[in-house]
Design a protein around this ligand. Structure first.
Ligand code: S3P
Length: 183
């Protein structure tokens, strides 16, 4: 993007696995009418391979490169406004954090570890959590990633105790203010 280009007005959801990015993303899509895209799904469409299989066959670094390529595509100058839900580890690469920030208003969704474990325990398609002690793994990954989410985000949103509609309405209000003030 050239420095003279207007700030793209996407809403980008970041946050750890199981923090509600897909659910809140769908609610935002419904309320705002912008289409929802999900970086994991875009990668699967592009490669024809499930995320878990990409991790197993090509490794995490390769997957992060695919995430960067998708972020580049989403930042195309003629791209429509979207709700962009991202994979939980997309912020672990500095380059990806910079790309995310260029895409629009970045919302960091948070949830307590117990809720993350409950939600992510329901399926086994998250390769990084296929371990003997998921709680320990979630806690250590969260500690490592929190500063990265914070660096990428414009706002942090604690989701516990609120339903998806309430959270989405709050996000929309703050996004409107953000875009109107041109920050
Ligand atoms: C990952 C999160 C997943 C997916 C991949 C890696 C991570 O996305 O991108 O399994 O590193 O936290 P969700 O956050 O949508 O589960």
């Amino acid at each position: 993007m050239n420095s003279g280009d207007p700030l793209p007005k996407n809403i980008v959801l970041v946050g750890f696995m199981g923090c509600g990015k897909s659910t809140i993303g769908r609610k935002l899509e419904h309320l705002l009418g912008y289409p929802l895209v999900d970086t994991d799904q875009l990668i699967e469409q592009k490669t024809g391979t499930p995320v878990a299989e990409i991790f197993a066959s090509r490794g995490e670094d390769y997957f992060r490169e695919l995430e960067a390529a998708i972020l580049h595509e989403l930042a195309a100058p003629d791209a429509p406004r979207r709700i962009i839900s991202t994979g939980g580890g997309i912020v672990t690469r500095k380059r990806n954090r910079a790309l995310i920030k260029q895409l629009g208003y970045v919302v960091w969704l948070q949830a307590p570890v117990d809720i993350i474990l409950e939600r992510t325990g329901r399926n086994r398609d998250r390769p990084l959590l296929n371990t003997d002690n998921p709680r320990e793994k979630v806690e250590s990954m969260l500690a490592e990633r929190k500063p990265m989410y914070a660096a990428a985000a414009d706002i942090e949103v604690e989701t516990v105790g609120l339903d998806a509609r309430e959270i989405a309405c709050g996000i929309l209000e703050s996004a409107r203010y953000h875009f109107a003030s041109g920050t």
